[in-house]
Design a protein around this ligand. Structure first.
Ligand SMILES: Cc1cc2nc3c(=O)[nH]c(=O)nc-3n(C[C@H](O)[C@H](O)[C@H](O)COP(=O)(O)O)c2cc1C
Length: 189
């Protein structure tokens, strides 16, 4: 594919996946993290699941342009929840132009690290971004891109296992109506 052409705008193939740091971020998230964003899930180019085997939920442009406007492009880790569901899953997110595919618009693509039976287009995704993993890169092959994303997923698992990162799962962004009902049982009339 010709789109694998070299680019000077990103650090290209500088660190092979095997040599990347196994964990990123300080022991607890530091400002500007956590960055909390909710956005509806829109259709991307459909390559994530089919071509890469790594499905991504593309956040609607208003979420990317409003809340994530000042965030540098790159790959991030954190937690994600499909609005209305209790479960909070680890996630890795690519924010940028996907140099390998030479996109013309900046996109925010979240890979929720869980196997879902269905896609969730049109649903709202709540996301807590907690640390930066690496810059976006260009790649010589699709396999190299997939290898790096697989490494991002491992880095996310290890980084999020720390207590201070786990705690963020309890933040208000991820509270559901069920939580309100159960904690409401202590109120007196
Ligand atoms: C964690 C993660 C890291 C990614 N890193 C890169 C990258 O470094 N360079 C790149 O060109 N694309 C990167 N991508 C983006 C993929 O190219 C993208 O998910 C794929 O093109 C699917 O896009 P689509 O849903 O719009 O079809 C990354 C995606 C994820 C989820």
């Amino acid at each position: 594919m010709s789109s694998a052409a070299t680019s000077n705008e990103t650090s290209s193939a500088d660190t092979p996946a095997q040599q990347r740091p196994p964990i990123v971020g300080p022991p607890s998230p530091q400002p500007p993290y956590p960055i909390l964003v909710s956005g509806s899930v829109v259709k991307g180019f459909g390559r994530g699941g089919k071509q890469l085997g790594i499905p991504t939920a593309n956040l609607a442009e208003d979420a990317v342009e409003r809340t994530l406007r000042d965030l540098p492009v790159g790959v991030y880790l954190g937690w994600a929840q499909i609005s209305g569901q209790r479960a909070v899953w680890p996630m890795v997110m690519s924010l940028g132009w996907n140099p390998y595919f030479q996109n013309e618009r900046r996109s925010g693509e979240v890979h929720v690290i869980h196997t879902f039976d269905e896609d969730f287009y049109g649903r709202t995704l709540n996301v807590a971004i907690l640390a930066y993993i690496r810059p976006e890169r260009n790649y010589e092959s699709l396999e190299a891109l997939v290898e790096d994303i697989r490494c991002d997923i491992e880095v996310a698992h290890r980084s999020l296992a720390r207590e201070a990162y786990q705690k963020v799962k309890q933040c208000d962004l991820f509270k559901t109506d069920d939580d309100a009902t159960s904690s409401g049982s202590t109120t007196t009339g």
